[in-house]
Design a protein around this ligand. Sequence first.
Ligand code: SAH
Length: 348
Amino acid sequence: MKNIKDYDLNELKEELINLGEKPFRAEQIFKWLYQEKVKDFSEMTNLSLELREKLKQNYTICNFKILRKQKSKDGTIKYLFDVLDGNAIETVLMSYHHGYSICVSSQIGCKMGCKFCASTGINFIRSLSSGEIVEQILAVEQDTGVRISNVVFMGIGEPLDNYDNVINSIRIINNPKGLNIGARHISISTSGLVPKIYKLAEENIPCTLSISLHATNNAKRSEMMPVNNTYPIEELIKACKDYIEKTNRRISFEYALAKDNNDNQEDAKELVKLLKGMLCHVNLIPINKIENGTFDKSSNENIMKFRDYLNDHGIVATIRRELGSDIDAACGQLRRKNLQNSENIGLK
Ligand code: SAH
């Protein structure tokens, strides 16, 4: 049976028409799911008992179970959810002065193989459905009672490798009758799947595009990110320029600074050359060392020097605040844990 949260509003209208119902029922169902946040069809009290029964016969409502929840000193909360097929995913809630941000996973595992990322080295299992992406937000809102205002696709997985489901989930998240989170408050982060960047530029979704760049020449970038062998820097930058031209939206380049690898003045100089004149912003991330990882965090002094060099040379750069590192919830620390482990530690 299909998960009812997999449909955007237009698709759900089609579904209802196929069930012999009026399309406006889809709007009522949307309101129950995403505004009232009910967990069962029986709670949709402005629908007839007959329709509620029909829905129950035809769809499931996926409600994730929390397998594990960890709270950081800085208020960040990491969830391990049971996605109901024996797999588990991680989602992170962060609190900023401007509101709550959620970092969602888009796949169970990841195929990209970035050398510095903890999601590497675990098996790729499958992509998440739209409903499973949306459910991460619902489950966290239900658990905490907070209203989430920002969504970043920076959890486990490569969102552009799960293109259709990610776009569909954004339609649900963004819909005023759905979760009603503005597209400008939604960011997709990609390791650089060039054809999908061109495709995204054609969608009418003004979300923020973040590019995980991390290096300024192909030798270094391929060393860190195997995807660069398929889509080298020149092609990536060309796609980014096309994206900016078509959407008139600023791109955010992520640059994780690793000691003695990509953090010296020469790298900063090359980065300026690469991005000069583009409508963009650079987000510097102090790299989080992963278990047995080869990359170490740059010193604070180097990070600030790197930032200052960029700012002094016309590239707007900020250093990302590190949240949740004490609970392994910071950038690149997420790792799909299997149910077996969670059961072993008695948290089920
Ligand atoms: N696959 C997507 C989204 C998931 S990763 C992507 O590559 O963009 C989210 C961000 O965290 C990316 O910018 C990624 O490069 C960065 N990241 C991964 N591992 C990291 C680490 N160990 N330290 C700092 N940032 C890391």
